[in-house]
Write a protein that binds this ligand. Structure first.
Ligand SMILES: [Zn+2]
Length: 479
């Protein structure tokens, strides 16, 4: 602890940073404090992290477990981060690898990198931590980024930092949940926590992120002090020549940044208008700011709390922005197990985007067209699979690793789920549909909802909503 305090003071003095109001009082959440140094030449992020762990489980814990997502990028990983479909666009410079090396864990009795694919850090504690108690660990680690246009990677023009640190595994009924990476979908399940970051990199770079932050540049180095509270994750995008445009969505300031070019006017408008629309429709946006970064990403976009990454090459950028912004409600505020039940947030984000575009016809989309596009893609998938394989697995509640690839995953988790919400709306009517979604957004805010939690928000409607969910989820419905 002392070492960290000394480093804190030194970092603040050197960088001339005035600490922004971080929540010093103890919340009933864990808190990460990280000192990060990024070197573009070596593509390495040297880090020291203090985790003030809060035990919000009902059990005394003798060990803590963390996901080591960067190890999915290492040579020889069993569960690679990029599917074959996206590999050519992602690995722009040919094969490239990254990983995370844990140099030490202070405050622990022992630690080991384990899991099915070196994807877990297990930390044995010196004494059990009881429910509602806290314990502190200090970790040193180095994350190396692959040359890849992906969530975590040194891209062609920009650098994406997501899941770059040991992330506490979410706690389930039988202990910590351990998941391998999956190229289809977003294999991330994490509880809300508080974060404070001191992030240093060469002065010619600028960083975009969610949360509140300040930059001080001195002696060729820029230091960002970032505070983000009650969020599942933190992510940043860095690059040279960052340009931004801002807009307001009610009280929330919205910023879109791009690197080496100005952000697209339509992207700024879509980000602000969709945020305002979802706030009116589902309940207030839960964070003080919203940032969208146009970056090197092999697929359309990726969501983080108060922050979205959008591929600079995305086709149908407005649709992508509307989808990622909807994830601020479905994933960020209301969490779900994205590894086991990806349909919950993906289908809701896709259908929410259609609702937004229906309300704002100036973008040139019609909701009915988006629904019928999903329908025809799903029907083609069903027919191709039935003919080639004799049958098509259309169940929706299954782990990401149980999907055969992007094609199946996209048709089930996005399209079929979007159709489920569309049929639900038609069947119970707008009033009940929107009130069910509002209830879901409010009741499970900052928690991780199970499928039955979502379904229960429509029980009272008394119009067979349960049967509809059941027939879609278990693959019994005909579309
Ligand atoms: Zn999505």
């Amino acid at each position: 602890m002392r070492k960290l305090m000394a480093y804190t003071t030194a970092a603040l003095l050197i960088a001339g940073l005035v600490p922004i109001a971080a929540c010093a009082e103890h919340t009933e959440r864990s808190r990460y404090v990280m000192y990060l140094d990024y070197s573009p030449e070596t593509r390495t992020l040297s880090a020291r992290m203090t985790l003030d762990f809060y035990n919000d489980t009902d059990n005394a814990l003798n060990e803590l477990k963390f996901e080591l997502y960067p190890n999915a990028y290492r040579e020889g990983a069993k569960y690679r981060p990029v599917s074959e479909l996206y590999e050519p666009a992602a690995y722009y410079d040919g094969e490239s690898y990254g990983n995370i090396e844990i140099a030490g864990v202070e405050g622990a009795a022992e630690y080991a990198v384990c899991g099915e694919d070196d994807n877990i850090l297990s930390v044995g504690l010196t004494a059990p931590v009881y429910p509602e108690e806290r314990t502190t660990l200090e970790m040193s680690f180095t994350t190396t980024l692959a040359r890849v246009n992906h969530r975590l990677g040194a891209g062609e023009n920009t650098v994406n930092f997501a899941h770059f640190y040991p992330v506490l595994c979410s706690y389930g009924r039988e202990g910590f949940l351990e998941y391998v990476y999956a190229a289809n979908g977003d294999p991330f399940v994490s509880a809300c926590a508080d974060y404070e970051l001191f992030f240093r990199l060469p002065e010619e770079y600028a960083a975009a992120f969610g949360g509140r932050g300040e930059r001080v540049a001195e002696n060729g180095t820029a230091t960002y002090h970032i505070v983000s509270e009650n969020v599942r994750d933190v992510a940043l995008v860095c690059g040279k020549d960052m340009r931004s445009r801002t807009a307001q969505a009610g009280d929330v300031s919205v910023e879109v940044v791009a690197f080496g070019s100005d952000p697209d006017e339509t992207t700024v408008r879509a980000a602000a208008e969709s945020l305002a629309f979802y706030s009116r429709t589902f309940g207030a946006y839960p964070y003080p700011r919203y940032t969208v970064a146009e970056t090197d990403l092999c697929a359309g976009g990726m969501e983080y709390p108060a922050f979205s990454m959008i591929s600079r090459d995305a086709q149908e950028k407005t649709l992508v922005v509307a989808h990622e912004t909807a994830h601020q409600w479905w994933y960020a505020a209301v969490g779900n197990n994205q590894f086991e039940h990806a349909w919950m947030d993906e289908g809701l984000a896709e259908y929410s985007a259609a609702l937004f575009l229906e309300a704002y016809p100036s973008y040139g989309y019609r909701s009915a067209e988006l629904v019928s596009r999903a329908e025809s893609s799903y029907r083609t998938f069903f027919s191709v699979r039935s003919q080639l394989c004799g049958e098509a697995d259309t169940t929706m509640n299954r782990p990401l690793t149980a999907f055969s690839g992007e094609y199946e995953y996209g048709n089930i988790a996005y399209y079929k789920s979007m159709l489920l919400f569309d049929r639900l709306r038609l069947s119970i009517g707008d009033r009940r549909f929107y009130s069910g979604l509002k209830e879901y957004a409010e009741k499970y805010r900052f928690r991780i909802a199970a499928p039955e939690d979502l379904i229960s928000c429509f029980y009272r409607t008394g119009s067979g909503a349960e049967g509809l969910f059941d027939s879609f989820l278990n693959g019994k419905c005909v579309i």
